[in-house]
Design a protein around this ligand. Structure first.
Ligand SMILES: [Zn+2]
Length: 247
């Protein structure tokens, strides 16, 4: 054994400290993309079903009417559902925050002791936990914020707005739902174009969603295309059966 060479210096690349995390909750991107995908799939499927059932009819009026009605109905339903969901979530959080504030105001020492306990459970030394809890509890708002985050994972300054959620899902659903309708406004017999455009848009949405995950973009895109494609084939088939039955 001769003088050992220093161990190869292939240290794994140190990640930069200031690295950014993607917003795990997705921020506006998630609801916007999912709203658009919802509009794309549900309206293209609706159109495929109607087109499948009215193949003999040469005019596309029925398809356009169904597409626009589907767009409006879906957008309003999405907005109402989103509003109700986010509002009830925010109201539940507000009630818990108010309860916590009341407890902190009426029983500050017990709440401070509770925070000490939570901090020591997280690994802080008892002495340091005492110090931190005491400083946090000098200010009621700060104490409420820390307790809310620790006890039920809510940041009182960042409650989601039901109006913003409703408006953004209304717009994104409408945008998605419009895609399969447009070809029929140009040309009467446009089902292949409508489905083709919708699948391209679905691929793009699925690829964008992978920005929030660790999946490769083509995987996310392809998955949406397959799911959407299956929905269109099925509804077209059901539409043709019903259309033939109504004959
Ligand atoms: Zn508490």
């Amino acid at each position: 054994m001769t003088a050992s060479t220093p161990p190869s210096v292939e240290t794994p690349e140190t990640p930069p400290i200031g690295h950014e995390h993607s917003d795990v909750s997705g921020g506006w991107l998630r609801p916007a993309v999912f709203g658009a995908m919802d509009g794309l799939v549900s309206n293209a499927a609706l159109i495929a079903g109607v087109a499948g059932g009215t193949q003999d009819a040469t005019d596309s009026n029925a398809v356009v009417l169904a597409g626009l009605a589907g767009l409006a109905a879906g957008a309003f339903s999405m907005a109402a559902g989103e509003y109700a969901s986010v509002a009830s979530q925010s109201e539940a959080a507000e009630r818990e925050i108010a309860k916590e504030r009341q407890e902190i105001l009426t029983n500050p020492e017990a709440e401070r002791a509770e925070l000490v306990e939570m901090l020591t459970e997280k690994g802080l030394d008892a002495e340091l936990a005492e110090e931190v809890a005491t400083q946090v509890h000098r200010n009621v708002d700060a104490a409420v914020a820390v307790h809310a985050m620790e006890e039920f994972g809510v940041d009182p300054d960042e409650l989601a707005s039901p109006t913003v959620a409703a408006v953004s899902s209304f717009l994104s659903f409408s945008l998605g739902a419009l895609v399969p309708v447009v070809p029929f406004l140009v040309d009467g017999d446009a089902l292949p174009w409508a489905i083709g455009l919708t699948l391209v848009a679905l691929f793009l949405c699925g690829a964008v969603v992978t920005r929030l995950t660790s999946r490769p973009w083509w995987f996310g895109g392809l998955r949406q295309v397959l799911l959407g494609g299956a929905a269109f084939v099925l509804t077209f088939w059901i539409g043709s059966l019903v259309g033939a039955g109504l004959g």
